[in-house]
Design a protein around this ligand. Structure first.
Ligand code: PMP
Length: 313
């Protein structure tokens, strides 16, 4: 293990306690409830840097969908924040404008229990605050090679334990455990099974497999996050006349899949060429995966549809 300190790169301004401040001034107490118990929910949104006739702009991908899920996550945990979707979008775009990033950017909105109450509770006296910061982000996992994945011995959190369809901060210890297990065993990423043994998703991404020309992904009732990229992939498949099935997937099906890929805002679309040491297909990027991946990057980079275009200076 390297003991080199990684220097975090970030854009200078954040939204914190109802205003835009310098990131260095966005500080919370060590007693903060969310820090102790993971009482928060969050989102992850990408903005792609581009230029048109020399004029810089950022294409923010499906910001409205991300904030719909953000508000749904709050609803699931029974907490209100005091901002509606339009206000959240406005605040985010203003923050991006202020940071004026000339790079691909990741936006991290977080709603968290900012009190210093001692107990893990989601009651009215444990008020949630909004914080947003932005960082430059290239590829989260390599997009130009096939990944190896390990079926995790840690099961995906179930809907009646911590709902996976909400993006709950504390739930990510589940992802961290699976990622650690996979990384320690030399794999790039983990694949979660549900408690009843069906394929759910990766540690921070949804999964698709291809069998006999059909794109298959677990239904939203199989303990997955209802991914924005997952939805985009399904739309692309429809346009490309690729049949899509949402149905439960057995573990052994991924071993004999012709193709498989992960998708998510962070990872975008990355293909899998090996699961638990079994090579998928011919070990190369499959035809359907290639179509989806190329079209996905085309859409987000061009900033044509479902993108909010933000002119930069
Ligand atoms: N599943 C999990 C557990 C995730 O954390 C993410 C990343 N947000 C996804 C799936 C993909 O969701 P999206 O496409 O909305 O980013």
């Amino acid at each position: 293990m390297s003991n080199q300190k990684q220097k975090a790169e970030y854009f200078p301004y954040a939204f914190f306690q109802e205003k835009i401040v310098r990131v260095e001034d966005a500080k919370i107490s060590i007693m903060t409830n969310a820090l102790q118990y993971g009482t928060g929910i969050f989102a992850g949104i990408r903005g792609y840097y581009n230029e048109n006739n020399g004029k810089p702009f950022l294409s923010v991908f499906r910001i409205e969908d991300h904030y719909t899920r953000f508000l749904n996550s709050l609803k699931i945990i029974g907490v209100s924040l005091g901002y509606n979707k339009e206000q959240l979008i406005d605040i985010t775009l203003n923050l991006l404008k202020k940071n004026n990033p000339h790079k691909d950017t990741y936006v991290r909105p977080l709603a968290y229990a900012g009190s210093v109450n001692l107990s893990p509770n989601l009651t009215r006296d444990n008020k949630f605050d909004l914080a947003i910061y932005t960082i430059p982000l290239g590829d989260y996992l390599p997009t130009n090679k096939g990944l190896s994945a390990k079926v995790s011995s840690f099961r995906r959190i179930s809907d009646n334990a911590i709902p996976a369809r909400a993006k709950i901060s504390g739930a990510y210890i589940n992802s961290a455990l699976a990622r650690k297990e996979a990384a320690d065993a030399g794999f790039d990423e983990a694949i979660f099974l549900t408690e009843d043994g069906h394929v759910a998703e990766g540690s921070a991404e949804n999964i698709f497999i291809v069998r006999n020309g059909i794109l298959i992904t677990p239904p939203v009732s199989d303990e997955v996050l209802e991914g924005v990229t997952r939805r985009t992939v399904m739309e692309i498949a429809k346009e490309e006349d690729i049949p899509v099935l949402e149905r439960s997937i057995d573990r052994s099906e991924i071993y004999i899949a012709d193709e498989a890929f992960f998708c998510g805002t962070g990872v975008q679309v990355v293909w899998i060429n090996n699961v638990d040491g079994r090579q998928l297909g011919n070990g190369k990027r499959g035809l359907i995966t290639a179509k989806i991946q190329d079209k996905y990057f085309g859409i987000v980079r061009a900033g044509e549809r479902q993108c909010t275009r933000l002119n930069l200076v």
